[in-house]
Design a protein around this ligand. Structure first.
Ligand SMILES: NC(=O)c1ccc[n+]([C@@H]2O[C@H](COP(=O)([O-])OP(=O)(O)OC[C@H]3O[C@@H](n4cnc5c(N)ncnc54)[C@H](OP(=O)(O)O)[C@@H]3O)[C@@H](O)[C@H]2O)c1
Length: 261
């Protein structure tokens, strides 16, 4: 691997993407810590060098051991499409982990989904708010919005990154990406400076997977420092129209960062 090995916390490590992230991070020589709810089940799913830390994203008091002395976080947790679940797990999970960090600087890779900026989709709006919290944290980050998992053909492996979230039908027509390639992009972004402060959709074209993602990341526009949204996103959800809960969380997370700097 290039650079020093990191201690990487994987949130959602037992999930269909998280377990591939764990494997990819270990393959690259990183130390991996997995946030899990059920250690005995996780022990059967995840390979032996993974350190298991028990915690629940909906219970902030359980999260401090998970974030102690980490260098990086990959968020791959998820709950479905019920608004209350996405608010209380997908969104609040990010808020609670950032709060537990208490302003300590870490490298973040956050997986959300194609379509987070689609108007009139309440669950997607909470995923977008999770993205907005990561931007407000002041931490170096990459936000990855995958298309449909594993709907790709066998020869459709050429990684394609888009910005602006314009392909958002909410069906596999949004295009597809293999799960293992999502894991690769998330883990690669942690140590690739060209991926810093990027927000992009991730799909695949017909063709071979690239050996080096640096040119693929470098072709994109980074988010402006302290931006609310991704560089090319539609400004269709102004802060003033957002729920008070989100505005409070965003301010509190930005304050933690100011206090720590
Ligand atoms: N399917 C697609 O085509 C597609 C496309 C783009 C984006 N996405 C997004 O991808 C996400 C799903 O990814 P996936 O397939 O990897 O998910 P998954 O297999 O359902 O895994 C979800 C992970 O989240 C963890 N989790 C849930 N609630 C938790 C809590 N309260 N505390 C701690 N961990 C918790 C689960 O832990 P346990 O093992 O303990 O339950 C599990 O590790 C969704 O958010 C979806 O929006 C999906």
């Amino acid at each position: 691997m290039t650079g020093r090995p990191l201690t990487v916390l994987v949130v959602g490590a037992t999930g269909s993407i998280g377990r591939l992230v764990v494997a990819e991070a270990l393959r690259r020589g990183h130390g991996v810590r997995a946030l899990v709810r059920d250690a005995s089940r996780a022990g059967r799913i995840l390979p032996a060098p993974t350190a298991l830390v028990v915690g629940d994203l909906t219970k902030p008091a359980t999260l401090e051991p998970a974030v102690e002395a980490i260098d990086a976080i990959v968020f791959t947790h998820g709950s479905g499409t019920r608004e209350a679940d996405v608010r209380d797990i997908d969104y609040a999970g990010v808020a609670n982990i950032l709060t537990a960090l208490d302003g300590r600087r870490v490298r973040i890779a956050l997986m959300t989904a194609v379509g987070t900026t689609r108007p009139g989709t309440p669950y997607a709006a909470w995923k977008r708010r999770a993205e907005r919290l990561v931007r407000a944290s002041g931490d170096p980050y990459t936000i990855v919005r995958p298309g449909w998992f594993d709907y790709n053909d066998a020869g459709q492996r050429a990684i394609l990154l888009r910005q602006g979230d314009t392909e958002q039908s909410g069906t596999p027509a949004d295009e597809a990406i293999a799960r293992d390639e999502i894991a690769r992009v998330l883990v690669d972004s942690l140590t690739n400076p060209a991926a810093e402060r990027l927000t992009f959709e991730l799909v695949a074209n017909e063709g071979a997977e690239q050996d080096d993602l640096t040119p693929v990341f470098s072709a994109l526009t980074p988010d402006a420092p302290d931006a609310l949204d991704g560089a090319e996103d539609s400004p269709n959800a102004p802060l003033a129209d957002e729920p008070q809960r989100f505005r409070d969380d965003r301010e509190a997370i930005a304050r933690l960062r100011e206090r720590a700097s």
